[in-house]
Design a protein. Structure first.
Length: 465
């Protein structure tokens, strides 16, 4: 047996009879298929083209354990070590935001910190928000058609493992024409040392519905990982989100990751859009020792449109890999993708953006851009924009830039009375504002602006280790 996969297979066998929905035949079939796929392919390596620039050894060499029993998670959350968890969660709230909020601690639903009129599955404003475990036990038919329908068929090992092992997450169901006035907020908290959480989220937006979704990942009492030999306690999150966007529906989705630098996170987000739908995806990655974001969107109906914006700011030895796929499968669809990164010290980023235009997807209009700002001679970015076009009447473009702060812009600002540090700070903040200005939820935008301003203020312009 593969030594890197054996611990997870052993844990699955020990927990299989306690996972929610164990009496649901279609779910069990999916879990068996996920387990078989994971056993077959294992964890990806750098021999896999899609993982060429990212090694997952920092994850596979560590022994993570899943807190998959609610009693264990509750006991841990209420222990003396985390008696201040409530205060920590209060501090992490998005100031002024009113939302349907579900909180998960180490992958398990925490009702005491959640607040939502529909948290128990009672529709409010045409939207049902409920924990996945509860839905699988009480109303599995709600998600039978969607569960596993959007993710790739030939999934890599992390996605296959989530398909087999996920036990909780968020289910959001929007009725036809539903337009809730408050966002749905999904907050996932990592705090157990060496804990492994595998959230699974299912979003189904009915025809002509409209919703704002915030999926956040944070750490409590995370200890910085100073180097690969650090004995600091780590956490591992392996998340998966599937989004079904109905005809003329509008989904405004935000993925925000601010975990500690002792956190490892592999994230998969997949969406399928029907005719005339609008899907906007904003990915903000600020934390984590090693982060992999897989985002895939299929424009399956005519006149669908997708916006995909991303922002990552890295320091220390952080490694973030953004892997995006935009599949144009129908005529008259459009997409716009723009990712920006700021890298400091010895951090490394990877961007692999793929646009594929299927045969018959005429009148496609697609654009993709990746811009990177390196603040250290030791920072590194591997950028690979990619086009695959199998139709002849399209407008498609892609491009990437990598550079330092513009010397002429610095000179211009200094000539008007700013010192070098203030001029550099202004340019760094202006660089990230292009993406921040795409955030339509004011409270979230203000929180991220404050956070990034603090991170970008005072950074030296010269190279540093």
């Amino acid at each position: 047996m593969n030594p890197t996969t054996e611990p997870y297979l052993t844990q699955y066998q020990a927990r299989a009879d306690t996972l929610p929905g164990r009496r649901v035949n279609w779910l069990q079939a999916q879990r068996r298929a996920g387990l078989a796929r994971f056993t077959q392919v294992g964890f990806p390596t750098q021999r896999d083209e899609d993982w060429r620039y990212t090694t997952v050894k920092p994850i596979t060499v560590k022994k993570f354990h899943g807190l998959n029993a609610a009693a264990e998670s509750a006991e841990f959350a209420e222990s003396a070590e985390h008696a201040d968890l409530q205060a920590a969660l209060d501090a992490m709230q998005i100031k002024g935001l009113q939302s349907h909020r579900l909180v998960f601690v180490d992958g398990v639903f925490a009702a005491q910190w959640s607040h939502s009129q529909s948290a128990l599955g009672v529709p409010s404003e045409g939207v049902t928000v409920a924990p996945l475990a509860q839905v699988l036990e009480q109303n599995p038919h709600w998600i039978e058609q969607a569960f596993g329908s959007v993710k790739p068929d030939k999934a890599h090992g992390f996605t296959a493992l989530n398909n087999a092992y996920s036990q909780d997450g968020v289910v959001v169901l929007l009725a036809e024409n539903a337009r809730p006035t408050t966002p749905v907020e999904m907050l996932f908290v990592s705090c157990a040392p060496n804990g492994c959480a595998q959230p699974r989220n299912i979003i189904i937006a009915g025809a002509a519905s409209k919703v704002q979704l915030i999926e956040r990942y944070v750490s409590v009492n995370g200890k910085p990982a100073r180097d690969k030999n650090s004995a600091a306690a780590c956490t591992f999150t392996n998340s998966s989100t599937e989004i079904v966007v109905g005809e003329t529906a509008e989904v405004d989705y935000y993925l925000v990751q601010t975990q500690s630098q002792a956190a490892y996170h592999v994230c998969g987000v997949w969406a399928r859009q029907a005719r005339g739908s609008r899907f906007s995806c904003r990915t903000i990655t600020l934390g984590g020792a090693l982060v992999r974001n897989d985002l895939g969107v299929e424009l399956a109906g005519e006149q669908a449109h997708c916006d995909m914006f991303g922002l990552y700011h890295l320091s220390g030895a952080q490694h973030v890999d953004n892997h995006t796929t935009m599949l144009h499968c129908a005529e008259n669809c459009s997409s716009r993708e723009w990712y920006k990164g700021v890298l400091e010290q010895r951090s490394r980023a990877v961007f692999h953006g793929r646009i594929k235009v299927a045969p018959g997807a005429q009148k496609t209009n697609a654009a993709q851009t990746n811009n990177n700002l390196l603040l250290s001679a030791h920072a590194e970015i591997d950028s690979k924009p990619q086009l695959e076009i199998y139709a002849d009447d399209v407008q498609c473009s892609h491009g990437a830039t990598v550079g330092q702060l513009d010397a002429d812009a610095l000179f211009y600002l200094r000539a008007r009375g700013l010192d070098e540090a203030a001029a550099g700070e202004m340019l760094r903040v202006a660089f990230v504002n292009d993406v921040l200005n795409q955030i339509a939820i004011d409270e979230l935008k203000q929180t991220l602006e404050t956070m990034l301003a603090a991170r970008l203020t005072g950074n030296r312009l010269s190279s540093h280790p």
